[in-house]
Ligand binder design. Structure first.
Ligand code: ARG
Length: 603
């Protein structure tokens, strides 16, 4: 209903102008034109939209807000474009104006969505690319649940942006460069040299273990530290033997990551830290040239504005270590410069989004500030960190296996699917249904993976989230199974003779749609919110808003379907109700699709 909302915005704005021309002119002159202050109605009995602008005028006009509201309403009633859109406005409380969209207009909105694959969501005109930097695990370390969160949230944001028509670069900024390779290569040379020149000589689990050993040695063996640092320098300056070893190690991790992405249906282009190696020296030179670089204790750094340490002195962002090496921040600066830079030596992006745990917030704040001061962000360019909280076990502590180890993603996904399968078999037995193995496997894996994704997406991402298989697989509540079940229920209506398709085209003119029951209108109004929800997710990058909407839509639908006869109705009432069923299914399918969750016809 975004369009209706915009029209109302214009009509109420115009009515305010006409009612109070002097105040409007003064407001415009001061650079703050009168604002109708439209908001969705807080309760259904208040209509659809509330205009609160009268209250703010009370002071400058020295009049009672109710009198102001009356004057605005008088203008609205004299405006044929307004009366074609809304019923007579009602003034409530001190001076709120409640607006109710005409039922025939709502029906027309529904009709225009029937058979529209975009369900009323406008497509943006050609735009510059949007970068979504997500997932981004580290080579030779296993992907952990934090990376799973980044992967799931980042994918969903990318899907929403793509659906809106933005060209999206889904970039996997893998940690494939830096000290960890120095340690790993040094250690492997001694304990498993074959891993450095033969593909798959050791398996990934071993590699992870070797990495852990190398890290332990690095932390308390000075000679090992020195050799490791020399090893990094060798690699970064292109030594062929080191490069070969590095390539083998990366390949092996990459294949393992890919298995997770395939399972979750995630597309990503790998562009790891190593990609920016050739640009690092340029970044430092640029910072030097624009006068931001300061040498402190032998290290190249930029002092941050407005960020100070415990001693009250400004904190530095180190971009070149005293041994000449570059770090994570240097790479991120190079990445920003490249992403906003013009093609072919850049992506030409206008919006760059980073999906990582909240623990990296100050890293990004520092890097963004330096990039801005260095002038690498074009006019209107947006840099956004999308932080998320920790994944915790049901005990509220960091998620661990019973043995106290970090949980492997593969095991976590397997367990979700196994539990979904057990639930399904139990239900089939209770309902005395027999289904073949292929059906059971398909449903179990769809439900299991959907549950994991949805549990993550439906939380406000900023907060920590407690991982619970029982909760995420429940058939009731704000869960994937509940939403998938709503879609299945509607598919069942079609199977029971509802012929949604035919009813759909018969109903796809506004005159053919007839609604009379409050449950129908509630569903109509809920369905028409979809476009605004998508716009909100695109802006605020909060997938949980979409989840909440889909959950509410399912609830409103279930109430409608439980209380209003559909298949037993006849004539236009029947086809109108079937049309609502179909539009609900289409909205749920599209919405879940944007969360990366495929739906089922039966479960
Ligand atoms: N590899 C990093 C980690 O595991 C995440 C990278 C995020 N992206 C970035 N451009 N810094 O924490």
């Amino acid at each position: 209903m975004l369009q209706v909302f915009q029209q109302l915005q214009a009509r109420v704005g115009m009515a305010m102008e006409k009612a109070f021309p002097e105040a409007a002119a003064a407001a415009r002159a001061s650079g703050q034109p009168l604002d109708p202050q439209l908001a969705p109605a807080s309760k259904p009995e208040f209509g659809d939209v509330q205009a609160n602008g009268a209250l703010a005028l009370a002071k400058p006009l020295q009049q009672k807000p109710r009198a102001i509201a009356e004057a605005i309403v008088a203008q609205l009633q004299a405006d044929p474009d307004f009366t074609a859109l809304c019923l007579e406005p009602q003034i409530a409380g001190p001076g709120f104006i409640n607006l109710t969209v005409r039922p025939e207009r709502l029906a027309a909105e529904v009709a225009s969505r029937l058979g529209d694959p975009r369900l009323g969501v406008p497509e943006v005109a050609a735009s510059a690319p949007v970068v979504v930097d997500f997932s981004s695990p580290n080579i030779a370390k296993e992907m952990h649940v934090g990376h799973l969160r980044s992967t799931i949230i980042g994918d969903s944001l990318a899907r929403v942006l793509e659906f809106r028509g933005h060209p999206v670069l889904r970039l996997n900024h893998v940690g494939d460069w830096g000290t960890q390779f120095g340690m790993l290569i040094t250690h492997l040379k001694q304990v498993a040299p074959e891993a450095l020149n033969t593909a798959d000589a050791v398996d990934l689990g071993d590699l992870v273990a070797f990495y852990r050993q190398a890290k332990a040695r690095f932390d308390d063996d000075e000679a090992f530290q020195t050799t490791s640092r020399e090893e990094v320098v060798k690699l970064q300056s292109g030594d062929p033997v080191s490069l070969k070893a590095w390539g083998l190690l990366c390949d092996q991790s990459r294949r393992e990551f890919q298995k997770i992405y395939d399972r979750l249906d995630i597309r990503l282009s790998e562009r790891g830290e190593s990609f920016y190696n050739p640009y690092l020296a340029g970044v430092v030179a640029d910072l030097q040239a624009c006068g931001l670089l300061v040498t402190d204790d032998g290290a190249g750094c930029v002092f941050l504005e407005g960020v100070s340490g415990k001693d009250g002195k400004p904190l530095p962002l180190i971009v070149q270590k005293s041994d000449g090496g570059f770090n994570y921040a240097t790479t991120d600066l190079a990445a920003i410069r490249y992403r906003f830079g013009a093609a072919p030596e850049g992506d030409g992006a206008r919006r760059v989004i980073y999906v990582t745990d909240a623990g990296q917030a100050s890293h990004f704040a520092g890097v963004f500030q330096v990039a801005r001061r260095a002038g690498w962000i074009p006019e209107g360019g947006r840099l956004e960190h999308v932080p998320f909280g920790l994944v915790q076990g049901e005990d509220g502590k960091k998620l661990k296996t019973r043995a106290g180890d970090t949980v492997r993603l593969r095991d976590l996904l397997d367990e979700a699917v196994e539990r979904a399968e057990a639930d399904l078999r139990r239900r089939l037995q209770e309902e005395e249904r027999t289904e073949d193995e292929a059906f059971i496997q398909h449903v179990a894996s769809t439900v299991g993976l959907a549950a994991v994704k949805y549990a993550d997406l439906s939380q406000n991402r900023i907060t920590n989230y407690q991982f619970s298989f029982d909760r995420m697989l429940a058939l009731q509540g704000n869960t994937a199974p509940y939403l998938l079940y709503a879609v299945v229920r509607i598919a069942g209506i079609a199977r029971k003779g509802g012929e949604l398709g035919a009813a759909f085209s018969a109903a796809s003119s506004a005159d053919a749609l007839q609604f009379s029951e409050p449950q129908e209108w509630a569903l109509v109004r809920e369905l028409l919110k979809f476009d605004a929800v998508i716009a909100e997710v695109e802006e605020e990058l909060l997938p949980n808003r979409l989840c909440t909407y889909l959950f509410e839509l399912s609830q409103v639908f279930n109430r409608f379907y439980d209380q209003v006869p559909v298949l037993k109705a006849d004539g236009p009432a029947r086809s109108s109700r079937l049309a609502l069923c179909r539009l609900t299914a289409d909205t749920l399918k599209l919405g879940l699709g944007l969360l990366g969750i495929p739906t089922l016809e039966r479960m």
